[in-house]
Write a new protein. Structure first.
Length: 201
C-alpha cells in the first residue's frame, strides 16, 4: 500500500485518509467502504507506557499479536527504513517491526477514536498542550515539516505521541493523531527528522 514512500510519510497518508471529515462521522464504516480507524477497540483499551495497548504487548511476536487481535493485518515493507508496518485499520492499530530481527519496535493506535486512553487519561485528538501538562517536558520532539507531523517521544517512559501540524485543518491541528508505546530507553526515529533551524543572524 505505502511501499513507495517512507514510514513517516505513510503515517501522514493515514492522517490524510481520515482528515477532518472523520471527526463528524459516526463510528463504523467510513468513506470508500473502509472502517473508521479505531471503530473497534481492543480489550480494555488501556495504553501502558513501555508495556502494552489493550491486549497487545511489546513482548509478543507479530504472530502472537495477530492471534490476539483475531484477524490478519495489512502488511507494508519499508526497506529503506528497515521496518515492516502492520495495520489493523478497524482497530486503529499499528505494529512496527524491525525487519532484520523480527522484534516488535513500537505498538501504536491512530485515528480519532476515544476507545484508547493512557494510564493518565490522554486519548487520541488530545491537544499537545494538554499532553505536555500531563506528562511534563521530558520528551524529545522530532519534526517532519514535509509530512506535517511532530513526534513527541518520552524515552524514559516508552511513550510517544504523533502530533499533526496542519493549520489549515484546525480540527486536528496540534492534536495527537497517534499514541504509541515502546521499550523504555533511547529509540531514535527510523527516519531522521528535519534539522532544527539555526539561530537568526
Amino acid at each position: 500500500m505505502h511501499r513507495g514512500v517512507g514510514i513517516v510519510a505513510a503515517v501522514w497518508l493515514a492522517v490524510g485518509l481520515v482528515g477532518a471529515t472523520a471527526l463528524a462521522q459516526p463510528e463504523g464504516p467510513g468513506g470508500g467502504g473502509e472502517p473508521r480507524p479505531g471503530s473497534q477497540g481492543l480489550g480494555d483499551g488501556l495504553i501502558v507506557p513501555g508495556q502494552r495497548i489493550g491486549p497487545v504487548r511489546l513482548t509478543m511476536t507479530v504472530e502472537q499479536i495477530i492471534a490476539a487481535v483475531g484477524r490478519p493485518p495489512t502488511r507494508d515493507e519499508f526497506p529503506a527504513d528497515g521496518v515492516v508496518l502492520y495495520e489493523w485499520r478497524e482497530h486503529g492499530l499499528w505494529v512496527s517491526q524491525v525487519a532484520r530481527t523480527g522484534r516488535v519496535r513500537v505498538i501504536s493506535v491512530f485515528g480519532t477514536s476515544d476507545r484508547y486512553r493512557t494510564e493518565r487519561g490522554i486519548v487520541l485528538l488530545t491537544p499537545r498542550s494538554r499532553i505536555e501538562a500531563v506528562y511534563g517536558p521530558g520528551f524529545r520532539a522530532y519534526d517532519y515539516p514535509a509530512d506535517r507531523i511532530t513526534l513527541l517521544r518520552y524515552h524514559e517512559l516508552g511513550l510517544q505521541f504523533g502530533i499533526v501540524n496542519q493549520p489549515s485543518t484546525p480540527t486536528i491541528h496540534g492534536r495527537a493523531f497517534q499514541i504509541g508505546v515502546f521499550r523504555p530507553g533511547d529509540l531514535p526515529p527510523v527516519r531522521p527528522p528535519a534539522p532544527s533551524p539555526g539561530p537568526r543572524p
